[in-house]
Design a protein around this ligand. Structure first.
Ligand code: ADP
Ligand code: MG
Length: 268
């Protein structure tokens, strides 16, 4: 029997009357990786934020249920959500720099994030973090630990955000465009690391991307969104090899030729 840990059920979301997500449903089993794909403005970030309960105040969830481990997250209060956020449901933000406190070092913020949920001592947390920095292709982990977010590049902040999410070992990890600000080499490392945590801990992952090579590399299942609506939904190989929607075909064709060969190989 498949172990379904998450269900996004018939959700519609509006920003002051303007529909951003229209009757979207999907479910996710333990250890599966789902890619949410679609061009800018299609509603991907809105979906991710709704799961975390961090939608902007001008957003309204019109109907539906968001079920995590058999409980409707939409019925939880802020205090209950705070206990789930980070520890049970982790998030890698599209804008990592904006998610960090500007006046405290990376190390201080990591210690605080982990200590909010786990009884671990500072040294233990630091050692785990430095090992992850290394795996994510971040140079000079000791120096990084003492840095402030503004001293780092966008791609470095993004990978630090990934490291923090991973240190909390969530059941469900939401990653909003985790590879958009980083180069090809770092992207490979990040995708390999996401796969490794899925394989080691059975973490379920929802990854937002508009990059079909990322989909082919990492996803088990795919949802294609356009203007807040699902235009295609299915198992990765089925969607990439035999897309039903014209829009999906366009996204696939938009992959640059140099990378599409590599991409086709990874489908085999
Ligand atoms: N805070 C907001 N207020 C009003 N409209 C918003 C807000 N955030 C997003 N939107 C609108 O909702 C739609 C979906 O946006 P978003 O979820 O950010 O898409 P994506 O992540 O796929 O680029 C877009 O039309 C966007 O302009
Ligand atoms: Mg977005």
């Amino acid at each position: 029997m498949a172990d379904t840990i998450f269900k996004y059920d018939s959700i519609s979301i509006e920003y002051e009357g303007k529909v951003a997500v229209s009757n979207v449903s999907f479910s996710l089993d333990k250890g599966r990786i789902l890619a949410l794909v679609g061009e800018s403005g299609s509603g991907k970030t809105t979906i991710i934020k709704s799961v975390m309960g961090i939608l902007n105040p001008d957003a309204t969830i019109k109907n539906g249920h968001i079920v995590f481990e058999n409980e409707n997250l939409l019925e939880k209060n802020e205090k209950q959500l705070r206990a789930i956020r980070g520890k049970k449901i982790g998030m890698i933000f599209q804008d990592s720099l904006g998610a960090f406190c500007p006046i405290r070092t990376i190390g201080q913020q990591i210690i605080e994030a982990v200590k909010a949920h786990y009884k671990k001592d500072k040294n233990e947390i630091k050692q785990e973090a430095l090992a992850l920095f290394d795996k994510l292709n971040l140079n000079d982990p000791e120096k990084l630990w003492k840095s402030y977010p503004f001293e780092l590049s966008g791609g470095m902040n993004q990978r630090v955000g990934i490291a923090i999410a991973m240190l909390l070992n969530p059941t469900l990890l939401l990653a909003d465009e985790p590879t958009s600000a980083i180069d090809e080499n770092a992207k490979k490392m990040v995708l390999a690391e996401l796969k490794r945590i899925r394989d080691s801990y059975g973490t379920s992952i929802i990854i937002v991307t508009h990059d079909m090579t990322v989909v082919s590399e990492i996803a088990d299942e795919v949802i294609v969104l356009k203007d807040g609506k699902v235009v295609e939904q299915g198992i990765k190989n089925q969607v990439l090899e035999n897309p039903k929607a014209e829009y999906t075909r366009q996204l696939i064709e938009a992959v640059p030729t140099s990378r599409s060969e590599e991409w086709k190989l990874s489908l085999v």
